[in-house]
Write a protein that binds this ligand. Structure first.
Ligand SMILES: Cc1cc2nc3c(=O)[nH]c(=O)nc-3n(C[C@H](O)[C@H](O)[C@H](O)COP(=O)(O)OP(=O)(O)OC[C@H]3O[C@@H](n4cnc5c(N)ncnc54)[C@H](O)[C@@H]3O)c2cc1C
Length: 240
């Protein structure tokens, strides 16, 4: 029995978020995502997905992304070198107001600073409003630093400074989103809200750089039917 998969939307009927299309293409033309970068929640939902599904997701999306990227490259044909590129990144790549005289920030100290907020179980696993606010204040300080002047002398610099910005951005998104979900649900555990709130059945997206945001997409359908275990008898995967 072929496996049916829906890539767009979280689960059928939830009105969820589009992260990648059926070819694993993102909103940036020519940029394809696979594996965790394509968000494995399509497969594992709120659970960790341990035991194999995540690996299967990485391999499957890798194949789809490869096919999609190859088709995109082929579609450009002889015009491939005529495209005009506009750099979009700032944090960790270049300062909003570049000044050669200004000091660069310390990318490794940023990494350690993010880890100090993300690694301790009492901060990340046993969450509370006060704890999240304290961590967000510290992460905000780190964010102000990564908005400064990155070092760009070597390829290693480019990687490490961009990584410092990415780590800080993701940590802020995680805790900002956690702050706004005032309940415990799956792996999100709030000590001050230990119960799952049936009134908070929404998909929460978060983002933003200098100004963070959360957006809620309410689930309007009945509780999703648990998947029926099936045995795949053919190697093919069909997509809706
Ligand atoms: C503790 C733990 C336990 C897990 N247990 C399971 C399990 O039991 N079963 C299961 O199916 N899944 C499990 N997973 C999840 C699984 O490991 C991931 O879903 C899977 O590895 C994702 O594959 P990926 O290729 O998308 O990303 P990754 O495996 O994260 O690969 C990304 C690669 O990109 C490299 N990289 C990053 N930045 C750059 C850069 N700038 N330039 C070049 N390279 C870069 C990284 O070094 C890394 O090698 C577990 C994960 C963790 C953390």
């Amino acid at each position: 029995m072929p496996v049916t998969l829906i890539l767009e939307g979280t689960v059928r009927g939830t009105g969820g978020i589009r992260i990648v299309n059926d070819s694993c293409g993102t909103k940036v033309p020519g940029l394809y995502a696979a594996g965790d970068a394509a968000s494995r929640e399509f497969l594992a939902g709120l659970a960790s997905g341990g035991g194999g599904p995540n690996a299967a997701w990485a391999i499957s999306t890798g194949q789809w992304a490869g096919v999609g990227a190859a088709a995109f490259a082929k579609s450009l044909g002889a015009h491939a070198h005529e495209r005009v590129m506009h750099p979009a990144g700032e944090a960790g790549l270049r300062s909003p107001s570049p000044s050669p005289a200004s000091e660069t920030f310390d990318s490794e100290a940023i990494g350690r600073g993010v880890q100090a907020q993300m690694f301790p179980l009492e901060k990340n696993y046993l969450r509370s409003e006060q704890g999240l606010l304290d961590s967000l204040a510290k992460l905000e300080t780190l964010w102000q630093q990564v908005r400064g002047n990155p070092k760009q002398d070597t390829v290693r610099d480019v990687e490490f400074y961009r990584r410092a910005a990415a780590l800080t951005a993701v940590a802020r998104w995680a805790y900002f989103s956690a702050l706004h979900r005032t309940e415990s649900r799956s792996e999100h555990i709030r000590m001050d809200y230990p119960e799952t709130d049936p009134n908070q059945r929404y998909y929460q997206a978060t983002g933003g750089l200098d100004r963070l945001w959360v957006r809620r997409d309410w689930l309007t359908d009945a509780v999703a039917t648990p998947p029926v275990p099936t045995i795949q008898t053919t190697p093919s995967v069909s997509k809706l």
